[in-house]
Ligand binder design. Sequence first.
Ligand SMILES: NC(=O)c1ccc[n+]([C@@H]2O[C@H](COP(=O)([O-])OP(=O)(O)OC[C@H]3O[C@@H](n4cnc5c(N)ncnc54)[C@H](O)[C@@H]3O)[C@@H](O)[C@H]2O)c1
Length: 379
Amino acid sequence: MTPEVVVFGTAGYAGQHLRRARALHDRGEIVLAGACDIREPSEEARALLPEGAVITQDAAELLARTTPDIAVVATPPHTHLPLAKLALAAGCHLLVEKPPVLDLAAFGELAELARNGGRACQTGFQSFGSAAVPVVRAAIENGEIGTVTGIAAAGAWIRRDRYFARTGWAGRRRVGGQPVVDGALTNPFAHAVATALLVNGTAEVLPERTAVELYRARDIESDDTACARLSFAGAPDVVVAATLAAEADHEPYVLVHGTEGRIRWHYKTDLVTIHDRQLPVAPPRDLLANLVAHIRDGEPLLAPLAATRAFTALVEAVRDAPEPLPLPAAWVRAVDTGPERHFVVPGVDRAVDTAAERLALFSELTLPWTGAASLERER
Ligand SMILES: NC(=O)c1ccc[n+]([C@@H]2O[C@H](COP(=O)([O-])OP(=O)(O)OC[C@H]3O[C@@H](n4cnc5c(N)ncnc54)[C@H](O)[C@@H]3O)[C@@H](O)[C@H]2O)c1
């Protein structure tokens, strides 16, 4: 049986899903049966659909006019749960983009619906499909860095006005009164958090404690500079620090601390180094192809919903955290103009690295801007 696939969303990241689905369609591994988008699809998106495929504005109509086995949900985060439920009710297996859901209640609901319906739910964490996962795990299990004492992740990117203007939910904590939780750790650097939790072996475990610190250099509702520590019973802590107000773009990484060394994995480029020695890593596995092989042959899912439980606890903690502290103007510099404008917090790239190196929160590093921001709030 060749599974039929539909894609929810046609622009933004959904375009990537359409391209990958079309490649699998052309190899005869799936039938790309259609797509939907509440906005008019571009000519480019239409051209990615094979002849005879259905295009609608409405997901329910798409499900009614096709007989899909798999639905790819590549729409904004706050639409994932209702669209995933619709697709499950139509008997589909799922590939849901990250963050799959925005709180643990939604996580439980989706997991139960999928389980009761005998349907698989893959998520869009492509780093879980990386061949670096078994490489890093093997190195840890072989004791190459001694005993693991903590896992960190760090990310520092420049994000310009055009990034925040691309869609209505960018930089928002809520849309129409509904949480969307578009913070640095929950969306752009979601992979950093989820991958660190996966390496820690605690992806499916609820943390005992979660500390979250949210700041914003920009005049947005959500944070653009944040850190968190997730503490587990019987497992090392995970500390993640990230900023979208960087001085320069850096490759984000997961850093495994051991008593006898460290493993650094740049999870987007799959560069893995142990004791400064680089390890070979095979190409990553495509998550839709893995879902198809799971349905057909029982191949284990690489990024199942279950493995995003601890990540979802972090999303919920960010949702429930106090509003982000605005960084004082003295610590924020505007660079460039128009859609290219971006904000820079001098020294923040180093601060993010230091947090990862010391497994420390920003507040534990006595950074000038964190103290100034707290003082400003108290005033
Ligand atoms: N895995 C990754 O590396 C990665 C990268 C970028 C984005 N994402 C995720 O992909 C998702 C989409 O992000 P984006 O930035 O492309 O968002 P977006 O706002 O551009 O939305 C994508 C498309 O979905 C459409 N859409 C919105 N609501 C819809 C609905 N109810 N039914 C059908 N279509 C609908 C929009 O019109 C748009 O064309 C998010 O969850 C995001 O976090 C993942």
